[in-house]
Design a binder for this molecule. Structure first.
Ligand SMILES: Cc1cc2nc3c(=O)[nH]c(=O)nc-3n(C[C@H](O)[C@H](O)[C@H](O)COP(=O)(O)OP(=O)(O)OC[C@H]3O[C@@H](n4cnc5c(N)ncnc54)[C@H](O)[C@@H]3O)c2cc1C
Length: 772
């Protein structure tokens, strides 16, 4: 191309482009990405505008925070609580491609998933800077600019979603918002901080270091600070800690975290280069001699700025009391995690984290502006108090709000509704049902879907696991140095007797108890059903434990063994969907000291933590049950819950059955355009996205190989090497059959095959708004 341009007295203008769509999402963090993918798959034309060159927001390689959510590093009592749907798909994909936690590869996972959606127009390096309105409460368009291609975009749609972190769209549109903490009185929040502690969380900026194997010098820049003079906790810096392990290198909580961001960044650069100067040049870290800086963040991670007001504001009591809401569409489970506003310059503990006993619901009314009628909110800007924000801000929770917004947007389009009308005109049940179908687990909700043909089928299986008796030849013996429990799902009725072999190195006593969570669906074992003290003589013995306990319904029971280092328990190599051992240990990362003892006036509960160990540890205790347990039945594949809650909610095949299968039979032939299968990718696993490494690429419970045959024995679908949670199968030519048989391979010799759900639909699209 050749251009020669002369003088133009009126100057020139940038390129202009108008893009029209159904939904415009501002912000390509995890909330924006998950909203975009979900909406696109539901058939909406979506524009995703991201001001930076990569997707992921704080999870991207620009900031490098690991994605966390309700699983809380597996350090609290939220069992099987990893968020489902798109965020699950992304984390499972990342685990498969990137178990080493390389931040660049996580960027790639996100980008790859987004570009595979033809309904998404992705505008990278494009910043939204202006909002156009055609009424006081209605946005008509956005203006955005991409400096890379000198193009001004005019973005038009009936619906907008602000997932920008700072809430640029809501702010410019004039929506009501807040910055800084509420008073204790406004929402009756005992944890509301005073101004001495501070009312806003600051930014952080990280660095990565690496060992080059040969001496490397570091000459600090002129602006690096002397951390020994300015940072009270400078002795906590370690040569081998980098990335988001240094989350407490925080600043800005007393500044305007929107408009002062550049100033905050400069101060954080002073800190970061000062830390590295201290590590390299103070003489206190000889191990750092061969280390160099590999990367320093250019953009600070923003924790908190604006929170917008929806028709409901979630607050402390909603979280701690695990209150239910008629319009629950998501959940959280991170602790209420507040930080002193002085951040890295504070003498205080860098955070105060208080957990609720389990996961808490997030209502739909927090996900749209109460003033701007066509504006959805997603991510950290949703309608929550400062205290509740302490828990809802983490990225898997943020992503979950994005998915909920996307399904709501599809419903709005289909029925010509505004966001608030979904709640106010009685469409919440439809929204919840369609969300559950996208894999969005919502606590206390069960998918009821008459259009799912599996609901009308006769279901049989080749065999089902019903005897729990682990008789390995090579049991693993571990001393009872931490109080330990086996989580066992029992059906209604008498708890059967349990036997196991134990070993004692001297005459002693074993304290055993059966406990459960007072709250249905919970995993805090705060109720003791029965306790026993057994005399144990030196040596190896089989013990039989009978408990006079009747259960009114299916529940998880904790068979607990209190700490006694003179006793060893046997563990099995066998792993089973819905079975887990837990420990009353500690996890400093999430302020878990084994027992939560909050200040008396904090409004937070006292309780014990019983958490799993990560694989390759975390084996099941080799118990043997005298009676069959009928909790792994094939009927579970249509019970509307796709993860363990009060029972395993899965069909688990008989491990002795070499060729397991499950069959669906209908009285008359059915047209089947689409099938959905839900496999076990271990929703108890936190799957941290970066920095941490993981021992597995594929979860051990996940069925890798299966085939589906129709009534004539024709193979209609075959899958090998599956690793994903949800498999959605669309038949180009819908099947007409009265029978489907799904033949599955056991994932391994130590893990029986398990399926959480099978759903079949006549239509090739699973989405359905016309059926309430
Ligand atoms: C230091 C720190 C530690 C944290 N620790 C964790 C942790 O360990 N795990 C965890 O899960 N969460 C953690 N959080 C919280 C979490 O990172 C944020 O709350 C979360 O990123 C919110 O997600 P989001 O999608 O709302 O926003 P973001 O991730 O901030 O994404 C918003 C996106 O919008 C883009 N954007 C902004 N303005 C515009 C505009 N005008 N036009 C177009 N695009 C725009 C931004 O570039 C960004 O990519 C931490 C946060 C910080 C800062």
């Amino acid at each position: 191309m050749k251009i020669k341009a002369g003088f133009e007295a009126n100057g020139r203008r940038n390129n202009k482009e108008t893009v029209k769509s159904d939904l415009i999402i501002t912000g390509g963090g995890l909330s924006g990405v998950c909203a975009a993918i979900t909406a696109a798959r539901l058939g909406l034309k979506v524009v995703l505008v991201q001001d930076r060159p990569v997707l992921g927001g704080n999870a991207s390689s620009e900031v490098r925070l690991w994605v966390l959510g309700a699983t809380s590093h597996m350090g609290n009592n939220n069992r099987w609580s990893r968020e489902g749907g798109i965020i699950d798909e992304l984390l499972v994909e990342n685990m498969y491609r990137n178990p080493e936690g390389n931040a660049i590869l996580f960027d790639l996972v996100l980008l790859d998933k987004v570009v595979q959606e033809p309904n998404i127009t992705l505008l990278l390096n494009t910043a939204v800077y202006e909002v156009e309105k055609d009424g006081a409460d209605h946005i008509s368009g956005l203006k955005a600019f991409c400096s890379q291609n000198s193009t001004e975009y005019q973005l038009e749609a009936p619906l907008f979603c602000d997932a920008s972190g700072d809430g640029i769209v809501g702010f410019l549109a004039g929506a009501a918002f807040r910055m800084g903490a509420e008073s204790r009185e406004e929402f009756d929040e005992p944890m509301a901080p005073n101004s001495g502690y501070g009312e806003l969380l600051g930014h952080s900026l990280y660095f990565y270091s690496k060992d080059t194997g040969k001496p490397v010098q570091f000459i600090a820049p002129s602006f690096a600070m002397d951390v020994t003079k300015e940072i009270p906790r400078f002795r906590n810096f370690k040569a081998n800690e980098h990335g988001c392990q240094l989350w407490w290198v925080e600043h800005g909580g007393r500044l305007d975290t929107v408009h002062d961001t550049e100033r905050i960044k400069w101060e954080l650069w002073r800190v970061v280069y000062g830390i590295w100067d201290y590590i390299k040049n103070s003489g206190k870290f000889p191990e750092a001699e061969t280390m160099t800086l590999e990367w320093v963040g250019m953009i600070p991670g923003k924790r908190e700025s604006r929170r917008f007001e929806g028709d409901f504001m979630l607050s402390q009591r909603d979280l701690i009391e695990q209150r239910t809401h008629p319009d629950a569409v998501a959940y959280g489970g991170w602790s209420i995690d507040l930080h002193p506003a002085d951040g890295v310059f504070s003498e205080r503990q860098p955070c105060d984290q208080w957990h609720s006993k389990g996961i808490f619901q997030i209502p739909y009314r927090t996900l749209y502006s109460r003033n701007i009628s066509n504006l959805f909110l997603a991510g950290r800007i949703i309608s929550v108090s400062h205290v509740a924000f302490g828990a809802t801000r983490v990225m898997a929770t943020s992503a979950y709000t994005g998915q909920a917004v996307a399904v709501a947007a599809a419903l709005c389009k289909e029925k010509a509704l505004l966001p608030h009308e979904i709640y106010n005109l009685g469409h919440i049940t439809s929204l919840q049902r369609e969300l559950l179908k996208t894999g969005q687990f919502i606590p206390e909700l069960v998918l009821q879907d008459e259009r799912d043909l599996v609901q009308h089928a006769h279901i049989t299986a080749s065999g089902t696991l019903n005897r729990l008796e682990f008789d390995d030849e090579d049991l693993i013996w571990k001393p009872l140095v931490i109080s330990t429990a086996q989580l066992i799902p029992f059906g209604k009725g008498q708890v059967p007797a349990i036997t196991l072999t134990i070993e004692a190195d001297r005459n002693t006593e074993l304290d055993v108890a059966l406990r459960l969570s007072a709250r249905k669906g919970g995993f805090t074992p705060d109720t003791t059903l029965v306790e026993k003290k057994l005399p144990v003589s030196k040596g190896r013995h089989e013990i039989s434990l009978s408990f006079d306990v009747q259960l009114n319904e299916m529940r998880y029971v904790f068979l607990t063994f209190l700490k006694n280092p003179h006793i060893s328990l046997p563990y099995t190599h066998q792993r089973v969907t819905g079975l887990l051992s837990v420990y009353n240990g500690t996890n400093k990362r999430v302020s878990n000291n084994g027992h939560q003892r909050p200040p008396a006036d904090s409004g937070v509960n006292e309780f014990e933590f019983w958490c799993p160990q990560r694989r390759p540890e975390g084996h099941n205790i080799a118990v043997r049950l005298t009676e069959p347990v009928l909790v792994f039945d094939a009927e579970n594949v249509r019970n509307g819950v796709d993860r363990p809650v009060d029972g395993p909610n899965a069909w688990v095949a008989d491990p002795n059955d070499r060729y397991p299968y499950i069959t669906l039979v209908w009285d008359v032939p059915k047209t089947i355009g689409r099938m959905e299968l839900v496999f076990d990718t271990d929703s108890d696993h936190a799957m941290e996205s970066v920095l941490m490494t993981h021992p597995e690429r594929v979860m051990p419970f996940c069925i890798r190989n299966y085939r589906i045959e129709d009534g004539s024995g024709t193979i209609v679908y075959r899958k090998t090497d599956n690793y994903q949670t949800r498999n959605v199968i669309t038949f180009e030519r819908p099947l007409l059959t009265d029978r489907l048989t799904i033949y599955v391979d056991h994932p391994s010799e130590n893990v029986p095959a398990a399926l959480f759900a099978i759903r079949c639909y006549s239509e090739s699209s699973g989405y359905d708004t016309n059926h309430i």
